[in-house]
Design a protein around this ligand. Structure first.
Ligand SMILES: Cc1cc2nc3c(=O)[nH]c(=O)nc-3n(C[C@H](O)[C@H](O)[C@H](O)COP(=O)(O)OP(=O)(O)OC[C@H]3O[C@@H](n4cnc5c(N)ncnc54)[C@H](O)[C@@H]3O)c2cc1C
Length: 598
């Protein structure tokens, strides 16, 4: 059994549920048949298991350290990244004319999923580099693309995203890093960035930092932020990294998880001039960053899902092997003890993990399909795909981060004392996963984005599109006697969502309307996942040969997980949405004094 992937489930999602081999608008997956996709996934799985997985525990125990002004990297990181590069994987999702393989976003995401599940700390370096290169391709000049993006795509250089500052984390409006024109199209940058992932090391001959900063006289707030390309080393006339560019590593954060990925405080322009180049138009930096954020946020949800998956698979095996106690009603101590999985409460925790992880993965795959469709669509169709993706982005980032983290907690619980020790990886999966709720916009910020902006966009058309898709599945399921109850429950849940949305839209006091935005985000995510479970149950039903005397346990397991989500999780959405609908002000009204008193 693989620790890092459930290939049967991937096949189910790709070929049975989402049918990627079918003709799609824009021929999104033309040329990618089942055989080729299987081959790509096989190769990735093998490489991830051989090169990434073995060092996952040792890297966590002995992460990079700060010495002599730089991050000293454990050799395992360099070796694994070299294997990834030698397999041509950094370029996989880039166009063929740039040296890439042109893999659709969805396939590249699933290929990367193997490396993420095997060792997220190492996978982060290439994920960040690919995101930075993609941003340069979208907004950079021809020269910036050729001189900087191409070596990143080839896996020779790496990249970072430098947004956060000590006084500006969630509130990017308050960043203060400055960029002064320095002649010949360059800018001199000065300021401090913190929490920067993937910087400060000497594993590649250059690192390309994408830095948010303000030009002189820039408007206050987010409308005055520009984006700059800042190399760790300046390029000589031949385009080779040469002179140091004074991007100084001040120290590394000592993190709870994902400990093999460096996390840096970087000073720009303090040790000497730091030169950078403007990317795109002045004051449009945040727009460029956010252009990439949607994909980055699907990526975060996918990382959270992979953490949940590895915990689920590990704890499931443990529950099959560890014997403890006897089933209720069987007290005879002379009879053998039974495996943990025989106990209903253990099965509850396994089913909860399965429902969260496989539900979340279906959501990630659905959003990745939309990204690919967006690349191929035009006109009205493009507008609709984009809107749908806008509404789903805070959900795909946040629901897996919340519920697959809970899955990791259950994995530990299943293992009792063993789950609490470093002898097993599940506590590490939990620690690694905990970050996903924090970066790329915290849970609270995603919630305000969803309820304050996304569901209002284009007069709520994005939400309408989503509800229409959900109702189409409800229509199909209500025809099936064994699924009709779930179909009706989902329709009822949509009515709670609509009522809560209408109440907030009708509230003049914005602060009050958004006071329970996080509950709304969680409830809407739970409803979206219920939709995807109902859809999976329909597909499982279709895949099961009707006349078989031996039902397929995999397909039956799908149905059990669907039942679990509908009976145990979906009802929580009602409580959350009734607080939103009632514009409950318990949290808004309590004063700081009242909280501080005592
Ligand atoms: C391991 C790690 C890696 C990271 N990597 C990068 C990176 O590569 N590049 C980069 O630029 N940054 C990176 N970050 C920074 C990350 O994006 C920020 O930590 C995050 O945006 C939150 O900012 P903050 O830490 O300043 O918290 P704060 O903004 O101080 O937020 C603290 C709490 O207050 C809440 N809050 C804040 N404002 C509001 C509001 N208006 N309404 C309601 N609630 C609010 C938040 O939801 C949060 O719960 C990383 C962080 C970590 C921990």
């Amino acid at each position: 059994m693989s620790h890092i992937v459930d290939r049967r489930n991937l096949d189910f999602l790709l070929f049975d549920m989402f049918d990627v081999e079918a003709d799609r608008p824009g021929q999104t997956y033309a040329g990618y048949d089942r055989q080729l996709i299987t081959q790509l996934l096989d190769t990735a799985q093998k490489l991830a298991e051989a090169e990434y997985l073995p060092s996952s525990a040792s890297l966590d125990a002995s992460p990079p350290i700060f010495a002599n002004g730089e991050a000293v990297m454990p050799p395992s990181v360099r070796a694994a990244l070299a294997a990834y590069r030698d397999a041509g994987l950094p370029a996989q999702s880039f166009p063929v004319e740039l040296g890439g393989s042109g893999l659709p976003y969805l396939i590249a995401m699933l290929v990367n999923g193997m490396f993420i599940a095997a060792n997220i700390s190492i996978a982060n370096y290439s994920l960040l580099t690919a995101a930075a290169a993609r941003l340069l391709l979208a907004f950079g000049t021809e020269e910036q693309r050729t001189r900087f993006a191409l070596p990143m795509i080839a896996g020779q250089w790496m990249g970072t995203m430098c947004l956060s500052e000590p006084q500006a984390g969630s509130s990017l409006a308050d960043i203060t890093t400055r960029a002064e024109p320095a002649g010949e199209g360059t800018f001199r940058l000065r300021g401090t960035k913190i929490w920067i992932s993937g910087g400060g090391h000497g594993m590649t001959e250059n690192i390309v930092h994408l830095v948010l900063a303000r030009l002189p006289g820039a408007p206050a707030g987010v409308k005055g932020i520009s984006l700059f390309l800042v190399p760790q080393k300046r390029l000589d006339a031949e385009g080779r990294p040469g002179e140091d560019n004074n991007v100084t590593l001040i120290g590394l954060a000592h993190k709870m998880g994902q400990r093999g990925t460096t996390n840096c405080q970087l000073n720009f322009g303090e040790a000497g001039p730091t030169l950078g180049y403007l990317i795109g138009e002045p004051h449009q930096g945040l727009r460029a960053m956010f252009h990439m954020m949607n994909e980055a946020r699907i990526g975060v949800g996918h990382v959270a899902t992979m953490s949940g998956l590895t915990g689920y698979r590990y704890s499931r095996r443990y529950a099959q092997e560890r014997v403890q106690g006897r089933r209720i009603g069987h007290k005879d101590p002379t009879t053998p003890q039974v495996p943990l999985i025989e106990h209903a409460d253990i099965r509850r925790m396994l089913l909860a993990q399965k429902a969260a992880v496989e539900g979340a993965l279906a959501l990630c795959v659905f959003c990745a399909l939309l990204v690919d469709e967006q690349g191929a669509a035009s006109g009205e169709e493009l507008k609709e795909v984009r809107l749908l993706l806008e509404v789903l982005t805070p959900i795909v980032k946040s629901w897996p981060s919340e519920h697959c983290l809970k899955a990791n907690e259950l994995a530990m619980q299943i293992m009792g004392g063993a789950g609490y020790t470093c002898d097993h990886p599940v506590e590490r999966y939990y620690r690694d996963n905990r970050l996903n709720h924090i970066y790329e916009g915290t849970y609270g910020i995603q919630a305000i984005d969803l309820l304050g902006r996304k569901v209002r966009m284009d007069d709520g058309h994005g939400l309408d599109l989503l509800l229409a898709r959900i109702r189409a599945t409800i229509g199909d399921a209500s025809q099936m006697p064994d699924l009709a109850t779930h179909a009706a429950a989902l329709e009822e849940a949509l009515s709670w969502l609509e009522a809560a949305t209408a109440a907030v839209m009708g509230e003049g006091d914005q602060e009050r309307g958004l006071a329970n935005a996080t509950l709304y985000l969680d409830a809407m995510g739970t409803i979206v996942i219920a939709w995807l479970w109902l859809w999976q149950a329909l597909v499982a039903r279709r895949c099961q040969a009707p006349d078989t005397t031996q039902p397929d346990p995999f397909l039956q397991g799908k149905r059990a997980a669907c039942d679990y989500h509908f009976r145990y999780i979906l009802p929580h959405a009602r409580i959350h949405l009734s607080l939103v609908e009632g514009l409950d002000d318990t949290c808004l009204a309590v004063s700081a004094d009242q909280i501080e008193a005592g």
